[in-house]
Design a protein around this ligand. Structure first.
Ligand code: HEM
Length: 436
């Protein structure tokens, strides 16, 4: 049996062959050997930590040299268990688009990342398969189309301007994340959904706790509180609807029997969490990338920000914030990246690993605003491709354009390595101190 290109053969590892410096690489599991998940003894604990600079875990580069390896998922409310970890770009795409890998979290043995209450209700259509997934996804398909989002340009720009006015009025240094990058997506999504602004602090906190990977029982409690809140809100909207997404779901779909209240709450919760949590952190990281690299910033600010849209996609690829959330369950036997995945196996799909695959994105550790970023995986791929991408792009573009124009002397007021949050399923920052 020959080793995979640039990789380490199972026999080398088994017999203590050349170790990779600083990294303990588990033995690959070649298809020929047909080694089942449970037969693996060389197992890595997952998730892996990022570097001090917030880069994706360096071990992913080593793992890409071999077929999918076996990792142990952390023990949570569900039992700790083994899973295949997919790291190469082509394998990540295959896995995300392959209907034999189910996203349905209700299936017995489905791997769990964000704790949800037992009882058979999916947390949202993100964790369902077609046709159920498609039925629920359709309920909001007209909400974030490019045409619809175009109409939001002016209101979002107004909000950006107001928040930057607030920032400008603050004593320096100021926390740009609290005032701007966290506030903007939160206010935008609250307004679109029809969630009262005064409740923003509540759902920011509940989202943070829900997606933290620390204590599953605490995460679950936060998830349930948020769900109760949204169910009450939906019933209020049913009686007195407004021009917002929850009202439309309540009146056009729930009242007509097309979706249950639980399903409505699941959609609203998904949009609320997906709509502010990811965008918030991506906006902050876009800014951080520029503030810690003067040359990059000069390139991106040149020509009135002509490179901004491409820089944003590249920054998304580079940071790959959706780091530990994508898990699937094999519902049929299949081959994936050279291993035999059996029905019932869990599969973890690493977007950061795929986005840093050097065979697709040369020098992946470099943020190159001129790079062809098409095909990066940070919006997902396949049936669960991000529905909010046009809205997120609008918010990211307007926020960066306005910030660069209005604060040409903006600087970081802290060591960049101190701003990252750790241990959450989405990478991000806790704060972003700046001065100008
Ligand atoms: C920079 C910001 C964003 C990033 C990086 C992002 C990323 C993603 C990714 C990777 C997925 C696929 C997850 C999977 O396959 O498991 C996804 C799905 C989704 N996103 Fe986003 N997202 C962002 C912003 C938004 C916004 C602003 C909204 C809503 C307004 C949104 C709504 C959704 C929804 C509804 C899905 C589920 C789609 C489905 O299951 O069919 N996202 N997003």
């Amino acid at each position: 049996m020959s080793p995979p290109p640039g990789g380490v053969s199972a026999s080398e590892s088994d017999h203590g062959g050349e170790p990779v410096p600083g990294i303990h690489l588990p033995a690959p599991s070649p298809l020929e050997a047909d080694v089942s998940l449970a037969d693996h003894t060389d197992v890595l604990d997952w998730p892996f930590a990022r570097t001090e600079d917030g880069d994706p875990p360096p071990i992913l580069a080593e793992l890409r040299n071999a077929p999918p390896c076996v990792v142990r998922l952390p023990a949570g409310a569900a039992e700790s268990r083994l899973a295949w970890l997919v790291t190469r770009y082509a394998d990540v795409r295959q896995a995300l688009g392959d209907p034999r890998l189910s996203a349905d979290e209700r299936l017995p043995g489905a791997p769990v990342r964000i704790q949800v209450p037992p009882g058979g209700n999916p947390s949202s259509f993100l964790r369902l398969d077609d046709p159920e997934h498609a039925r629920l996804r359709r309920m909001i398909q007209t909400e974030f189309t490019a045409r619809r989002v175009k109409r939001l340009r002016e209101p979002v720009q107004r909000l950006v301007d107001e928040l930057l006015d607030e920032l400008e009025a603050l004593p320096r240094p100021a926390d740009l994340h609290a005032v701007f990058s966290r506030a903007l997506p939160t206010l935008v999504i609250a307004r679109l959904l029809g969630v009262p602004e005064q409740d923003s602090a509540f759902f920011i906190e509940k989202t943070r706790v829900t997606i933290s990977q620390e204590d599953p029982a605490v995460s679950l409690a936060a998830f349930e509180e948020m769900s109760e809140y949204l169910a009450k809100l939906a019933l209020l909207k049913l009686e007195s609807p407004g021009d917002d997404l929850i009202s439309r779901l309540a009146v056009n779909h729930h009242a007509k029997g097309a979706i249950t209240l639980d399903e409505l709450v699941g959609i609203a919760r998904l949009v609320l969490v997906a709509g502010h949590e990811t965008t918030t952190n991506q906006i902050a990281l876009n800014i951080l990338a520029l503030l810690r690299d003067d040359d990059l910033r000069a390139q991106v600010a040149a020509d009135d920000g002509a490179l901004i849209p491409n820089f944003i996609e590249e920054s998304m690829r580079y940071w790959s914030i959706s780091q530990d959330a994508m898990v699937r369950l094999a519902v049929e036997d299949l081959e994936l990246g050279g291993v035999a995945v059996s029905k019932g196996d869990a599969v973890v799909i690493s977007v950061p690993a795929g986005n840093h695959d050097e065979s697709v994105f040369a020098c992946p550790q470099r943020i190159d605003p001129h790079r062809d970023t098409s095909g990066h995986l940070q919006w997902g791929f396949g049936p669960h491709y991000c529905q909010g991408a046009p809205l997120a792009r609008l918010e990211m573009e307007l926020s960066l354009r306005s910030l660069l124009r209005r604060f040409p002397n903006l600087r970081l007021a802290a060591d960049p390595r101190t701003v990252f949050r750790r241990g959450t399923v989405f990478h991000g920052v806790t704060h972003l101190p700046v001065t100008w």
